[in-house]
Design a protein. Structure first.
Length: 106
């Protein structure tokens, strides 16, 4: 009976360590409010006459200085008429306290 209990305990410890390691290796940083980035993307897309809108943010990272950022975003047709979504990476700069989308990569 001791062998069975030791085996279960070892399994639980190994599982716990695996879970802790996976959470510890996560690349997620501090939570960033997507609202100002969504506003910046909307202005950027409008200025380029692109009929797209933000569907979902996949990742937002702000650089160490706090003046630059990147976001991976899923976009959809502005009026929702087409079910296709595209994924772009936007680059941002903070200008006069507000985020501005400066470029994108498809």
């Amino acid at each position: 009976m001791h062998v069975l209990a030791d085996s279960r305990r070892t399994t639980l410890i190994a599982l716990s360590l695996s879970l802790l390691a996976s959470f510890g290796c996560s690349k997620s940083g501090p939570v960033v409010d997507p609202a100002p980035f969504k506003t910046a993307i909307h202005a950027y897309l409008k200025s380029k006459s692109m009929g797209l809108k933000v569907y979902e943010f996949k990742e937002i990272t702000v650089d160490e200085t706090g003046n630059g950022a990147k976001a991976v975003v899923s976009l959809e047709h502005a009026e929702g008429m087409v079910g296709v979504k595209v994924r772009w990476t936007f680059t941002f700069a903070k200008q006069q306290g507000k985020w501005t989308a400066t470029s994108h990569e498809q």
